[in-house]
Ligand binder design. Structure first.
Ligand code: LLP
Length: 446
């Protein structure tokens, strides 16, 4: 499948995703609505999996970084595609387990995993934990001893790379809460520390340089730094890396300011990484490690769109025109957080040429509640269905109930047919965990 075929304009001039007419979806399921194309998700999982198969003799595993979009159906698809997943919290782990995901293919991340999350991970039989703290290592070691097992671990290291992306999604600069720095020697110290633990099996390293990165060179540089470090650890500690986790971070298309990469383009990224791994193994005389990559955004980002209904339109003469939709920062906080840019289409008039620049605002009581500024659209009218593209990653997963708005439902489209993968929230859901102390109830009675 060419992932670029996921969106089309049909004969009626309506936007289609995965063969489903967006106006029909909006009618049937209501808006706001997250819509995902299953074929796209599978194509992306497969291209990474197959590239490891063909270019590296299958000696590795793709881990879907489930923070990008976590719900039971995503783990069910990953399981069918025979890939692994990375989880970063007890909640993501629970969701994976509920979906029947094989625990041995789960990698657990986090810079401050809670003791209860770690014991839960061991109870589940999570395959590998990526250690990011010495006391965390003590705790895993003690829990593994109690259970009479040896727990596989990787060490999160920080290669000290400034990737070209938003500062909040950079993770491997010197000033980072993630990992142990190669430069300042803590990565080496922690390697020795983990090797000294009886109930831990230190398998190697993990690094992740950031997200929404397009330059191959940044990824290649990280792999090079990893190998230089691995070679040093072999020399000084006699430790040979068995596993190398290269993290995620491949960029996706949001607007025409971004490159449009199709499945083959992502294959090329991975080939470049694998090429560097092979080259560096030969250069340092190291065994080829088992490799892992952790793509999140590139698997699910462009597979998803969000459908909204246009409501109030406000034109402020000589300033700007606001087109409000029935969603906002509660279902997509990325503009508010990172000033992220998106592309908007009127799904019911998709063939019409854009003619004006507008700001698309949400319905929250907050001026910064925008989906974007200067978005190019035909003249929008109340009742139009607006599609925001590339919202599959880090939208639902970062949604909130701000202003007690309901988090929208998500549907999965396959061969033109849609089914819920996340059902709509209700007002009852909003108050489910609320409690009024007895004395307050009492006082309100009198
Ligand atoms: N592995 C690790 C250890 C990570 O921290 C991340 C993302 C990934 C893999 C997946 O990276 P991806 O392939 O999705 O770029 N909320 C932000 C993105 C935060 C990314 C956090 N870590 C956003 O909306 O842009």
């Amino acid at each position: 499948m060419n992932t670029r075929d996921t969106l089309k304009i049909n004969d009626k001039g309506h936007l289609e995703i995965g063969g489903a007419d967006c106006t029909d979806l909006a009618k049937r399921f209501g808006t706001p609505l997250y819509v995902f194309d299953e074929a796209y998700i599978r194509a992306m999982m497969r291209v990474y999996r197959d590239t490891i198969e063909t270019e590296y003799d299958g000696n590795g595993l793709v881990l879907y970084a489930s923070k990008a979009f976590s719900c039971e159906a995503m783990y069910a698809i990953a399981k069918q595609e025979k890939i692994g997943v990375d989880v970063v919290s007890g909640g993501e782990l629970y969701t994976a387990m509920q979906a029947g995901f094989p625990a041995e293919k789960i990698y657990m991340h986090g810079n401050n995993k809670l003791p209860r999350e770690l014991t839960y991970a061991l109870d589940c039989g999570v395959g590998t934990i990526v250690v990011d703290d010495a006391e965390e290592a003590d705790l895993i070691d003690a829990e593994a001893e109690k259970r009479g097992i040896v727990q596989s671990v990787l060490l999160r290291i920080n290669p000290g790379i400034e990737a070209h992306t938003h500062a909040y999604v950079q993770t491997a600069t010197t000033d980072s809460k993630f990992g142990f720095s190669i430069q300042n020697g803590t990565a080496a110290k922690m390697t020795a520390y983990l090797l000294g633990k009886k109930h831990l099996r230190m398998k190697g390293y993990h690094c992740h340089i950031g997200s929404q990165i397009f330059e191959k060179q940044s990824f290649v540089l990280a792999v090079e730094k990893n190998f230089a470090f691995a070679a040093e650890m072999k020399k000084t500690l006699g430790f040979e890396t068995e596993t190398l986790n290269m993290g995620g971070g491949f960029g996706i298309w949001y607007t025409d300011e971004d490159a449009k990469i199709d499945v083959n383009g992502y294959k090329k990224y991975l080939e470049a990484l694998i090429g560097t791994v092979k080259e560096k193994c030969a250069e340092y005389g190291l065994k080829r490690p088992y490799i892992l990559i952790e793509p999140g955004r590139s698997i699910v980002g462009e597979a998803g769109i969000t459908l909204y209904t246009v409501g109030a339109i406000k034109e402020i003469p000589n300033v700007r025109k606001y087109v409000a939709i029935d969603g906002g920062m509660f279902d997509n906080p990325r503009y508010a957080l990172y000033q992220s840019k998106y592309t908007a289409i009127l799904a019911n008039r998709a063939a019409e040429a854009p003619c004006e620049l507008v700001s698309v605002s949400g319905k929250c009581c907050e001026s910064g509640d925008l989906i974007g500024v200067n978005m190019n659209l035909p003249e929008a009218k109340r009742g139009d269905i607006m599609a925001i593209l590339s919202t599959g990653a880090y939208n639902y997963s970062m949604a909130s109930n701000y202003n007690r708005n309901l988090i929208p439902a998500a549907v999965l489209v396959k061969d033109g047919k849609a089914e819920y993968i996340v059902k709509p929230q209700t007002y009852e859901d909003l108050v489910r965990n609320d409690a009024i102390p007895a004395y307050l109830r009492e006082e309100n009675r009198s």
